[in-house]
Design a binder for this molecule. Structure first.
Ligand SMILES: CSC[C@H]1O[C@H](OP(=O)(O)O)[C@H](O)[C@@H]1O
Length: 345
């Protein structure tokens, strides 16, 4: 498929981002020449999606080294980048990978370090695209020849450096001539499903319908959904998955009605250092995301708001976690440990 959705590119010493805050009605680009601009782009969700956030942050580290004269300033800039959004592990994973390269190559002097960091940022971006295509081929194994699939939020090319994770699996199934139909949750409050997934599905010519989030339960109860495939932002060592708000509720309904429920993530989204989902910090975002829709106020001024951007789905509700190293099935803790040790699944 010709990828006309490129979330991020690096051109002429600038990180060029497709502004996902205003898609699909406005296609505009934001150019980041400094690490501060990259941090804002991640925090304000100009770029979003765990792998895309990681790739953007990698270029932010390169820009930080360009800007900062001293090593202390450089490390402080990387810390600043890392606090942009707390839940998606790919952000810190990418920054730590870039800093590891910096420590290895800084002895070669600043010009050499800059060349190596830019090369590493490109590698992170290019690896993500390859990883997503591998994930999609592996994930396609669990898609029946004829299936109605429900997905949540956006996990396509726009959430990654290219192709996508859960939506990548769906696209792979469609291109392999499987008879699939997709229901996409609109995904309040930022409408990633309505604005981004619906757009990607239409562009791919995949038969689909957009639904409000609360319609999913009825479709599942009435036997209209054959499986749920969605993403992840941080997977704990026991298989608990932090993902877009609404994922946990979907998992409970799927478990109640016996519908297969898969999370699709690159291994870089697994946080082997945390034992379970209770240790995952859930980002809470500003109230105006809920009280306003596309800038139009819908709630009374002064309304108190609870706006977590993610929730945690317990591993007991998950059928499998699809990665580029294979599909992780229960017992999750043991199989994730095998993955950590480099063993095959
Ligand atoms: C391929 S990761 C997609 C993941 O990221 C989304 O969150 P956000 O749009 O807030 O960055 C959502 O949790 C998706 O599942």
């Amino acid at each position: 498929m010709d990828e006309s959705f490129v979330a991020l590119q690096f051109k002429e010493e600038k990180l060029v981002l497709l502004d996902q805050r205003i898609l699909p009605t406005h296609v505009e680009y934001v150019q980041c020449a400094t690490f501060e601009e990259v941090e804002f782009a991640i925090r304000d969700m100009i770029v979003r999606g765990a792998p895309a956030i990681g790739a953007a942050a990698a270029y932010g580290v390169y820009l930080a080294l360009k800007q900062c004269s001293g090593e202390t300033d450089f490390y402080q800039a990387c810390t600043f980048l890392g606090q942009a959004r707390p839940t998606a592990v790919n952000l810190m994973w990418a920054i730590e990978r870039m800093l590891s390269v910096y420590e290895q190559c800084k002895i070669g002097g600043r010009p050499h370090a800059l060349r190596r960091l830019l090369s590493e940022a490109h590698a992170i971006r290019e690896e993500d695209i390859r990883t997503n295509k591998t994930i999609s081929r592996i994930g396609n194994r669990i898609v029946p020849d004829r299936a109605t699939i429900l997905t949540h939020c956006n996990t396509g090319a726009l959430a990654t450096a290219g192709w996508g994770t859960a939506l990548g699996v769906i696209k792979q199934a469609f291109y392999d001539n499987k008879q699939i139909f997709v229901y996409a949750d609109e995904t309040r409050p930022r409408f990633q499903g309505a604005r981004l997934t619906a757009w990607e599905l239409m562009e791919a010519k995949i038969p689909s319908k957009l639904i409000v989030d609360s319609a999913a339960a009825t479709l599942i109860r009435d036997g209209k959904i054959d499986l749920v495939i969605l993403g992840g932002d941080r997977v704990a060592a026991n298989g608990d998955v932090a993902n877009k708000l609404g994922t946990f509720a979907l998992s409970v309904i799927c478990k109640a009605y016996g519908i297969p429920f898969y999370s699709v993530v690159p291994v870089s989204t697994i946080d082997f250092a945390i034992p379970d989902g209770s240790a995952i910090l859930i980002e809470e975002r500003e109230a105006t995301e809920v009280t306003h829709v596309q800038g139009v106020q819908v709630a009374p001024t002064g309304t108190q708001v609870y706006n977590p951007a993610f929730d945690v789905t317990p591993h007991q509700n998950i059928t499998g976690i699809i990665t580029e190293r294979g599909i992780i099935y229960p017992p999750f803790k043991e199989n994730i440990e095998r993955l950590r040790r480099g063993e095959s699944l």
